[in-house]
Design a protein around this ligand. Structure first.
Ligand code: BGC
Length: 774
């Protein structure tokens, strides 16, 4: 059976594309395998290497100033990629978001290929394409898998409509060191929460599976350990113990694979001395043989090429051969792909052609499943409509409301009820670009609502809203590589009288009933290549905050961030602190919903919030060691507890936990105990609570963490309402990887159970586990 497409067939495809939507193929697995194998049998080795190569092709809006900052090989790169397309030697392209450009390049791919093979288009659809959702760490802070799934389904719908088939997301790297800028892209420090968020995102992107209409391939990344970069420095080496790797860093990947993710991206750095992108153990023994992953693996950008840079591969031919043998099906390349040397590597017997065939089979199977052979082109008119769908912005607004975390609320300053005047202060309060956050390129700033605009729109008649930035935006010492794209760098006002602006802000605050300060990091200070050596509020923000607080006007601090910042002074001197993260397109509207009390905040921290940078990493799930009573006094100059614990988040209401019971107090290993706990809204208004369940194993064949999250549920309760929640604790929750036996074990032991609203929960009970029946 051949799947060669004649020109007539291509015309049919274009007609099908014009009909709109994405038609998943109705082919059975056997039919797909037959068609793919028939194609492979007709392909030459250069065509195969081409199918395994993905090229960057930037067509993002760029300002004139930044044109100069582009890599020297940028324009020739377009010509080089188009020449490769004409030879039928491109498997995939990335960074194209314009549907017309997708169609043009797709036509080149199909017409250039002797077999009419279409290209896959991939993009970093990290938290939305046009409609930008809150950043991923914020979505994780919602502890709301259903909401996260809905959000990423919107992102997928927009991406697919624009012609993108594949999202390089979710990032499921555990991050325990907030100096690492990419903490903003993940779900924080905890493997259980991380796995739940990973699964929700995979479902959101992919729907019921590859080829679902309006969905894209999910590409969890970066396998593995990237978040543990030495010193929090992006791309630096990672050294993880066997126990940390299996118990902490790998579970979100395994969960994403079990949820059916169609792709996995490798990591840039060395993992325990071996580059992740050349790591056969990781990519083949763990990913494919242990977890049964049957999708395709892509390298991170230039990571195959970089095997030479790492001092691992001798040259590009060696790099290509070793990466493909390790299990990297596709190389993400910019210029000079290592996989262009695969024909040479096959000729020199460095790699068997069958290894290439296996990778080509995986890539072509994904293309068939995504319906690309049936419908390679995109309907540009439909794309415009889908991207403008107001329903998407409604989802983004709810996502932002649900992400907000109330860190402190002395004297119930929030919600604001009836102030006559509000002073909104800080440059971030009125910056559309920063409200969106990092890893967004295709946004529409006209659709974006800043905090100032949200407050103005909501405050209503009779409330005076004044604004003063107070200071200029702070800047990085070293510029961001993302600044080269238009609209991405902060706008620094040319004329700015610092003293006068500071005085104006302080005076405005002093004359107002309440001051709302929006402080944090500018969005180009967080994300990839945005590591920091400090967690302080950049620029003159702390001084501004202190001057405003000194006026005596009550202060609400809204923190715009993707990592914890040093808020020690604020936590003692500012009555209300709400973490709003980078809340996305509808951010300002959602923030207004929360601060005026239209909805109550219900988010919880997905990481332990350190007091200062010297504490990092600080995690709630540390093991218990010598002098446990001094756990909070491990430093002589500062408490060693976090400023806010993992799972912390206040509400406008108050919740009580009671009746923590078990359906049995003794089980055999392999059996399941069901925990019940009753949560009561003891306050006076409807609000959400995230009930959390933690365990501690008292003894066993390894020391286990003092607490481990093993269940959570976000619920809405009316005033006075109670709900009894049930959580199973079975093999999945009780097993762990034992580094001594190098195996998963369930110990004979006693397990303490804790339930409550954060990781310091005190309500407790316990059960025993007998010899494993497994
Ligand atoms: C990042 C990836 C991203 C890729 C493509 C890399 O630098 O590490 O996460 O998907 O670029 O943009």
């Amino acid at each position: 059976m051949s799947v060669h497409f004649t020109p007539a067939a291509r015309t049919d495809q274009a007609a099908a594309a014009r009909a709109g939507g994405s038609a998943g193929p109705d082919w059975s697995d056997a039919e797909i395998a037959g068609r793919v194998d028939a194609l492979i049998a007709q392909m030459g080795v250069a065509e195969k290497a081409g199918q395994l190569t993905q090229y960057f092709y930037f067509n993002l809006p760029r300002s004139e100033d930044t044109e100069a900052a582009l890599p020297a090989d940028f324009s020739p790169q377009h010509a080089m990629v188009e020449a490769a397309l004409a030879r039928g030697e491109v498997g995939s392209l990335l960074f194209i978001t314009d549907p017309a450009e997708v169609n043009r390049l797709q036509r080149l791919a199909i017409e250039g290929s002797r077999h009419g093979i279409p290209a896959l288009f991939g993009f970093d659809v990290v938290h939305g394409l046009r409609t930008i959702l809150p950043v991923p760490i914020a979505m994780a802070a919602s502890w709301d898998p259903d909401g996260i799934e809905k959000g990423q389904a919107v992102a997928a719908r927009e991406a697919r409509a624009a012609g993108i088939h594949w999202a390089f997301a979710p990032m499921v790297d555990i991050a325990r060191d907030p100096r690492w800028g990419r903490i903003v892209e993940g779900a924080g420090e905890d493997p259980y929460l991380g796995a739940a968020v990973a699964v929700a995102q995979v479902r959101g992107f992919q729907g019921d599976g590859l080829g679902s209409p309006d969905r894209v391939i999910a590409g969890p990344k970066h396998l593995a350990g990237y978040g543990a970069a030495l010193g929090g420095r992006d791309y630096d080496e990672v050294n993880l113990s066997d126990s940390e790797l299996w118990n902490v860093y790998l579970p979100p990947f395994q969960a994403a694979v079990e949820a059916g993710a169609g792709n996995i991206m490798t990591a840039y750095m060395d993992l325990n001395g071996i580059p992740a992108t050349g790591n056969h153990w990781l990519l083949t023994e763990v990913l494919r043989e242990t977890w049964g992953f049957d999708g395709f693996v892509v390298s991170d950008a230039r990571a195959v090429h970089n095997l030479r840079t790492h001092g691992f591969a001798a040259d590009l031919t060696d790099a290509g051969a070793r990466a493909v043998k390790a299990g990297v099906d596709m190389e993400m390349a910019m210029v000079d792909p290592a996989y262009a040397h695969l024909p040479e590597a096959v000729g020199a017997n460095l790699v068997d052609e069958e290894v290439l065939d296996a990778s080509v089979r995986r890539v072509l199977t994904a293309k068939v499943r995504m319906g690309l052979f049936d419908q390679p082109y995109v309907d540009e008119e439909r794309a415009r409509k889908v991207l403008a769908d107001p329903a998407h912005r409604a989802v983004a607004r709810i996502a932002a409301q649900r992400s907000a975390v109330l860190l402190r609320n002395e004297g119930d300053l929030l919600p604001l009820t009836g102030p006559g005047s509000i002073a909104v202060i800080g440059p971030l309060a009125d910056s559309r670009r920063d409200t969106i956050g990092p890893w967004a390129f295709d946004f529409d700033l006209n659709e974006t609502v800043t905090v100032l605009e949200g407050i103005r729109n909501r405050a209503g008649e009779g409330v005076e809203v004044g604004y003063a930035p107070g200071i200029r935006p702070a800047q990085r010492t070293f510029p961001s590589m993302f600044d080269m794209f238009g609209n991405n760098a902060p706008v620094i006002p040319a004329e700015f009288d610092e003293d006068a602006e500071r005085d104006r802000a302080v005076t405005l605050a002093g004359e107002s009933d309440v001051a709302v300060l929006v402080l944090g990091e500018w969005q180009n200070m967080i994300g990839e290549a945005a590591s920091r050596s400090s967690l302080e509020l950049p620029g003159g923000q702390l001084a501004l905050l202190q001057a405003v607080v000194a006026t005596g006007t009550p202060v609400v601090l809204l923190v715009m961030n993707g990592r914890p910042l040093d808020l020690r002074w604020a936590a003692e001197n500012v009555p209300a602190i709400l973490d709003i993260w980078y809340p996305g397109t509808q951010g300002g509207a959602a923030v207004a919903d929360v601060i005026f009390g239209d909805v109550a905040p219900g988010g919880k921290l997905p990481f332990s919030w350190p007091r200062a940078v010297g504490q990092v990493p600080v995690i709630y799930s540390h093991t218990i060691s010598h002098q446990p009573g001094d756990q909070g006094r491990r430093y002589w100059d500062e408490a060693s507890t976090p400023l806010f614990p993992f799972g912390h988040g206040l509400s406008y209401s108050r919740f009580e936990y009671s009746d923590l019971t078990l359906d049995r107090v003794q089980i055999q290993g392999g059996e399941t105990v069901t925990v019940s706990v009753t949560v009561t809204n003891a306050g006076e208004r409807t609000a959400d609570e995230v009930a959390q369940l933690y365990i501690h194993q008292r003894y066993g064949s390894a020391s286990r963490p003092s607490r481990e999250l093993k269940g959570f549920r976000r619920i809405t309760l009316a005033a006075g309402e109670s709900q009894t929640l049930r959580f199973p604790l079975g093999p999945h929750e009780l097993r762990y990887w034992n580094a001594a036996t190098r195996a998963w074990v369930i110990d004979t032991t006693t397990i303490d159970v804790f339930a409550g609203g954060d990781s310091t929960a005190e309500l407790t009970t316990s059960f025993t586990v007998g010899t494993c029946a497994c």
